[in-house]
Design a protein around this ligand. Structure first.
Ligand code: NAD
Ligand code: IPM
Ligand code: MN
Length: 374
């Protein structure tokens, strides 16, 4: 029997709840398709940090790198200062393994109510291809002290190392803070190339690039130039849409775009918007793809507002599990999981639907019902 070794980091809030359901469904799909999953569990997240002061040890990261893929729930907890866990775990993993594409399909499913019905009468099927290693996420910045700043630029990425220092001072010892955005040619090129290949695979002629060169011409003007060159090389049409206008168009015409390629921060924002338009964060799957270890995580976070109530919809993580299975070469099992989700949504009694969609289906009840469909 084939065996896959998968790292599993359930994390905080609803993370363990939804990862639990997704794991059961993935195991069952494996049994049917003739493979087994061996999980390697990691305890990192708020509880572990508050107890031990440890965020994510390098030894664990090395170990994860030896496994076939990583399934992650979510990290972040109101008891921990924002950024410590999110940057220390989630972004660290994306950067360490150079997971340069954050793939976020916005797909609508049967009986999932859409807040705005597309005029075509059909559902949504848009793919957000988000750059995942740089932009304002690069992690360079700092606060002033008595108006002065001296920020170390030292950064390591799969594609480059950056060195140097940024010095500055406000007059009158005015205090402030800096956050630097960075775009590198190879990083833009590879994510745009990925988006172009995805568009071809979907039978589409073009991609839409989310930008904002009118206000931030240095970084996003460069982005557009490199993207245009790469799209030409790939033989794909490219339109540039300012991200503010993109949000406006999306609310009026949710199914306007096929493949959206976006810099890191715009991709983060636009993918949550599209998740909302496609029915909810509870069905929005995601993947961080690189040439080494890839990571699979729903778009949503730890949802502390509903953690422990049984209201979390596990479908996003179950569909994320399907993306993982597809990635490790188990297309049959991936399709079976997706079909089970679709059939459940089509056929479930109204009361059995997830609470997110007006039913009374708890996290475990929805997970069990999908498992039965398999
Ligand atoms: P969030 O995605 O956790 O929640 C936004 C809203 O969506 C909340 O009302 C929540 O209840 C709802 N929601 C999310 N997932 C749901 C699900 N599966 N079913 C039903 N409803 C769901 O975003 P937030 O509130 O901005 O962040 C909460 C914490 O999660 C923060 O600490 C944040 O930093 C962190 N976060 C982590 C990740 C990650 O680890 N991948 C992603 C986003 C946010
Ligand atoms: C996401 C999240 C993260 C991001 C946060 C938690 C750092 O919002 O995965 O979309 O901004 O990438
Ligand atoms: Mn986000």
């Amino acid at each position: 029997m084939r065996e896959y070794v998968l790292s599993r980091l359930a994390g905080d809030g609803i993370g363990p709840e939804v990862v639990g359901e997704a794991s059961k469904v993935m195991e069952a799909a494996g049994q049917q398709a003739g493979f087994a999953i061996r999980w390697v569990d990691y305890p990192f997240g708020a509880e572990h940090y508050l107890r031990t002061g440890e965020v994510l040890p390098e030894g664990a990261v090395r170990e994860m790198g030896e496994t076939d893929a990583l399934l992650l729930g979510a990290v972040g907890d109101p008891r921990v200062k924002p950024g410590i866990l999110e940057r220390g775990i989630l972004l660290h993993l994306r950067f360490h393994f150079d997971q340069y594409v954050n793939l976020r399909p916005a797909k609508s499913y049967p009986r999932v109510p859409l807040p705005i019905q597309p005029k075509s009468g059909k559902g949504l099927d848009t793919l957000v291809v988000r750059e995942n290693t740089e932009d304002f996420y690069i992690g360079i910045g700092g606060r002033t002290e008595r108006g002065k700043t001296s920020v170390d630029l030292a950064t390591e990425r799969g594609l480059f190392t950056l060195t140097g220092r940024l010095e500055g001072a406000f007059s009158g010892a005015t205090e402030g803070a800096f956050q630097l955005g960075v775009a590198s040619e190879p990083a833009v090129r590879r994510v745009v190339a990925y988006g172009c290949r995805a568009a071809k695979a979907r039978g589409e002629e073009g991609i839409a690039v989310a930008s904002k060169a009118n206000a931030l011409p240095q970084m996003y003007g460069f982005w557009e130039e490199v993207a245009r060159d790469e799209a030409n090389r790939q033989g794909i049409k490219m339109s540039v849409v300012n991200v503010d206008a993109m949000c406006y168009h999306l609310v009026r015409t949710p199914d306007l775009y096929g493949v959206i390629v976006a810099p890191n921060m715009f991709g983060d924002i636009v993918s949550d918007l599209l998740a909302g338009l496609a029915g909810g964060l509870g069905v929005a799957a995601g993947a961080d793809i690189g040439d080494g270890l890839s990571m699979f995580e729903p778009i949503h976070g730890s949802a502390p507002d509903i953690a422990g109530t049984g209201s979390a919809n596990p479908i996003a993580t179950i569909l994320t599990g399907a993306l993982l299975l597809n990635h490790i070469g188990e297309q049959g099992a991936a399709t079976a999981v997706e079909r089970a989700v679709t059939e459940f949504l089509e056929q479930a009694a109204p009361k059995a639907l997830p609470r997110e969609f007006g039913g009374d289906g708890t996290t475990t009840a929805v997970g069990e019902a999908i498992l039965k469909r398999l």
